[in-house]
Design a protein. Structure first.
Length: 177
């Protein structure tokens, strides 16, 4: 049972700008269309867990649904999934630990955790086992922070670090328990 964050941040640790925008994520040209290990990562997970805001952001991309794995959306306000996403997206709510236990019991052992508030909630409960964070060389000066306050420090060890396109740095960390 592993919970993994795979996300990009600005140099100052934001995942969205002050207006909630994420256009800055494409500030580094990628002329060859490299995926930087995304497809391999997605093959390694059983399902995704994201918050409502992230779900609505992905729905707003105007593209075909990008995930082939089941997506579980944590929300206390969303009451139904749009018809286009039925059988792909499932609503869950309640205690984070119970949600993870229920998903693990259903056979979803490796979960991709996405979305700022969701990641912070998992970190608060010490439920993140790995962090894969790609830093983009942009300072946003504010916005949605990846990390929030924690009651206790959490120690991670560096598994791997890669420089991508001579501009971004992708760091893979594993929780020390």
């Amino acid at each position: 049972m592993t919970n993994i964050v795979y996300i990009a941040t600005s140099l100052d640790g934001y995942i969205a700008d002050k207006n909630g925008g994420i256009e800055w994520l494409h500030s580094i040209p990628n002329p060859e269309g490299l995926d930087f290990g995304w497809a391999e990562f997605m093959q390694s997970v059983d399902a995704l867990v994201m918050g409502r805001n992230t779900f609505e952001t992905v729905c707003g991309f105007g593209i075909d649904w990008p995930y082939s794995k089941p997506v579980f959306v944590i929300s206390h306000t969303l009451k139904c999934i749009p018809n286009a996403y039925e059988d792909k997206v499932f609503l869950v709510s309640g205690d984070i630990k119970e949600i993870v236990t229920n998903l693990n019991e259903q056979g979803y052992k490796t979960l991709y955790i996405d979305g700022g508030k969701t990641v912070q909630s998992f970190l608060e409960q010490d439920l993140i086992d790995e962090l894969i964070v790609t830093q983009i060389p942009t300072l946003l000066g504010g916005g949605a922070s990846l990390f929030g306050l924690l009651e206790q420090p959490q120690q991670y060890t560096l598994v791997k670090s890669e420089v991508l396109l001579n501009a971004m740095v992708k760091n893979h960390y594993r929780r020390v328990r």
